[in-house]
Design a protein around this ligand. Sequence first.
Ligand code: SAH
Length: 514
Amino acid sequence: MSASNSGIVHLVGAGAGDLGLFTLRARELIAAADVLVYDYLVHPEAVKWTRPGCEVVYVGKKAGCHTVPQEEIEALLVKHAQAGKKVVRLKGGDPYIFGRGGEEARTLAKAGVAFEVVPGVTAALAAGAYAGIPLTFRNVSTSLVLLTGHEDPTKTGGTQVDWRGFGALKNTTLAIYMGMSRLAHILAELQAGGLAPDTPAAVVQWASLGRQRSVSGTVADLPARVAEAKLAAPAIIFIGEVVRDHEAIDWFEHLPLFGRRVAITRTRDQNSELREKLETLGAEVLELPLINITKDVDKHGFVEILAELGSYDWIVFTSANGVRYFFEEFLKGFKDIRALGLLRFACIGRATARAIESYHLRVECMPDTATGASLADALIETGSLDSAKVIVVTGNLNRDKLVKKLEAARAIVDRLPLYKTEKTDLSADPVADDFRQHGADAILFASSSAAESYHAQSASLKLAPDAKKPLVGSIGEQTTETLVEHGMKPHFIAAKPSLDALVSALIERLRATA
Ligand code: SAH
């Protein structure tokens, strides 16, 4: 059969662990896919790169359940490709290294389905880089062997790993995948083959992620150290002289937030930026999207304001979302930015200003403190409010304080509601479940509405008795006020209302308690 339609399967490596280890090609293909089929160990954030309407199929392990059988996955790939779909088959690490990617490629070839393979950073490479273990080293290790420790004990024939043979190799680094449940057996076999018991060895679990943990020792004492540290899969076992002195070049485990669990509470979209900042500093991030912001335009009001746009003096934005939604709607009507006339722009928050500036428009008024009240003060200070017409773009939270203050300064204010902020329900969310069971070192609030939502679902987010109680962090005045109102006085507050300042406050606070 020939590939008569344009369906194709991309076998794509997702890299091991950190989102930053995806290739550009992988990201491009995910963004263009009609169907995404992905595994356990693929960074879940990558699913957000899909376009709306992409069918997303998870075929990995679920708690207590088995994985989808391999034949079923292969049949699924063939079926979608033959229906003309662009399919991305996303696998952890590299698709051709212990990931059954080879089998999938063969099935596709046999079925006459077009396919492409995109390599990925395999776990051994990620683990070496993030744990201070160079996999080869001049005069010390001149070869690298990737091995699987997972073998079917019922299997007969020639596919068993020859551990004793590998134990006899000199100047070699061994990197063993899927070997944790048989660690003692594997090490004993390697020693039986001639591997010296004092050879340096290490285990790196969850490599390159905030929850990475590692232990090192010798081939003789590694099992005891692993048991003591309670390390388990997914992990890479390294054996060889290159493990020696890894502390000296271990940069990752020395990052300021390494080993810290931090819960973040913005919307799914907004969380990404904060997640990235925290992960770059080594943290393990738990995303609890406590709020959801959706466009909700009062069509009638919007048309009325647009018709009179030339008569307004100021337009006021309190969030980047407001800016985005305003321009989406405005450009639908006008298709020409000049229709804004001489409207002047005021806003709070750097992110809001950036959103306005992205349209090459100047922000003429922005207070240092990102509250509605200080925005009103700053506008009053311009001396331009008397009888001025002002549009205040709002969500369903009406910004009463701001509007009242402007009106008291004799401005004529029209509210323009463009979006609504809603509380989400996290009672069935797996990340929320992880939070409930294990807690976190800190939880960050970047808005009053997230604080409100947390309070509203405090029953379903209640921590288990032995979970770690998180320190509470607030981005600024209003958020702090709301937290205090609900009996959650913050342990640290950002010096100014920005994500960077919030992260700095977190680091300082954790350092002080360390
Ligand atoms: N194709 C994948 C390997 C799949 S087999 C790759 O190229 O990396 C699954 C095994 O990979 C796990 O049992 C573990 O040994 C290893 N692994 C995957 N991700 C890992 C990670 N972040 N840290 C350590 N080991 C990992």
